[in-house]
Write a protein that binds this ligand. Sequence first.
Ligand code: SF4
Ligand code: SF4
Length: 100
Amino acid sequence: MNSDLKRPKGWKELPAGAVLPAGTAVEYHTGSWRTFKPVWIEKKCIHCLQCWIICPDFSVLVKDQKFDRFDYDHCKGCGLCAYICPVKGKAIVMEKEVKE
Ligand code: SF4
Ligand code: SF4
């Protein structure tokens, strides 16, 4: 173990990390964290909205009680929506993110 590293005695000695404004994270485009992105296959979708229920980032957008699109600004690419999709062959597939 490196003896130069000083172990903090408590949380007050920890250096400040990221500071988020209270109440909202909308301005933080966490979609840039993705390595995989969900892609919707419209012709297979039965609009059961299980993907909307399970998405932890509210990134499945619904219009007129049907799947509309993903909010790629905030989707972190966890893949839960693809996992839960009940359609045979899946109406959501995860694809490698291509950074521009
Ligand atoms: S879970 Fe699959 S079938 Fe259901 S709305 Fe989402 S994409 Fe469509
Ligand atoms: S990949 Fe995860 S964060 Fe993105 S839409 Fe699906 S469930 Fe939501």
